[in-house]
Ligand binder design. Structure first.
Ligand SMILES: Cc1cc2nc3c(=O)[nH]c(=O)nc-3n(C[C@H](O)[C@H](O)[C@H](O)COP(=O)(O)OP(=O)(O)OC[C@H]3O[C@@H](n4cnc5c(N)ncnc54)[C@H](O)[C@@H]3O)c2cc1C
Length: 255
């Protein structure tokens, strides 16, 4: 099924740094704000310098009243460096919303994110306000600005840090089994480093909780045409992360 998508000339309304190399930017994008669903992404063309291809980013928030969308991104290379230096009032061209998002027919999901993988989960938490818990993993306390972003929407926030400076020392997978023992969830949604998503998917399966994973692959067009984000599924098929995902049932992509 092809979902409606828009191409919008968007103005940067706000741009602020949340942590080391992590930024939050809000754009005017009336049509995308109207259509976007949690887990979908946008392709941003940065009309600055020599950045040729669009860059994909999850939608971290929408404000339908003010017709804006927000993304939270890590400055990692050329495109995101230029983006992080752009100021309110400057323009980017945005294509979206793209791909298939998270299930919405859930009653009490557990969201699990690592680093900027928490960005698309923030939109999901806002959409399911009050019904969700979240486990967030990061390197250290300085990266845990996420707690304040999620707090308005979730019941319980569990934190793990690699160095133990906040929450439990370890990874989301360190505390997941004991959380699943004490609380009944009808689904798990996870986004972050692949090794973490694989670990979460394995534990979810052992506890018989359906799990969705949001994959991140380098991609070109974002529309299913260039095939650069094609992956092998567990049943031997080829799927495109941009069009068939980025959200997949875990058992479809992780053996
Ligand atoms: C569906 C989807 C949603 C995404 N959502 C977010 C988000 O919400 N926030 C966020 O910060 N990032 C997100 N990303 C990753 C983001 O697209 C890349 O970090 C960005 O394109 C890098 O652009 P760049 O020009 O700065 O880096 P480049 O100069 O192109 O590359 C710099 C380095 O980043 C690596 N890299 C580039 N793209 C990716 C990628 N897709 N996955 C893994 N490594 C990559 C390269 O291998 C290289 O080492 C998402 C990616 C996908 C596919």
């Amino acid at each position: 099924m092809t979902l409606p998508k828009q191409l919008e000339e968007s103005t940067i309304l706000t741009q602020r740094q949340l942590g080391d190399c992590v930024y939050l930017a809000t754009f005017s994008a009336p049509e995308i704000a109207k259509l976007a669903k949690p887990g979908q992404f946008i392709q941003v063309r940065i009309q600055h310098g020599d950045v040729m291809l669009r860059r994909p980013f999850g939608v971290a928030a929408v404000d339908r009243d003010h017709q804006t969308i927000t993304m939270i991104y890590r400055k990692i290379g050329h495109g995101t460096r230029i983006l992080s230096e752009m100021l309110p009032g400057e323009e980017v061209n945005i294509l979206g919303p793209l791909g298939h998002g998270f299930r919405t027919d859930v009653k009490h999901p557990l969201l699990i994110g690592g680093g900027v993988g928490l960005a698309p989960l923030l939109f999901y938490a806002a959409a399911l306000k009050g019904k969700v818990d979240v486990i967030m993993g990061g390197r250290n306390e300085d990266e845990m600005f996420w707690v304040n972003l999620f707090r308005p929407y979730v019941k319980n926030v569990y934190v793990t840090t690699d160095d133990g400076s906040m929450g439990t020392k370890g990874f989301p997978t360190t505390i997941l089994p004991q959380i699943l023992e004490k609380e009944d969830y009808d689904s798990i949604a996870v986004c972050g480093p692949e090794i973490m998503m694989r670990g979460v998917a394995k534990i979810a399966k052992e506890h018989h909780v359906p799990c969705e994973v949001s994959l991140e692959k380098r991609m070109g067009c974002g529309l299913g045409a260039c095939l650069s984000c094609a992956i092998d599924t567990t049943d031997g098929k080829r799927k495109k992360v941009c069009k068939d995902g980025p959200v997949f049932p875990a058992e479809e992509v992780f053996a």
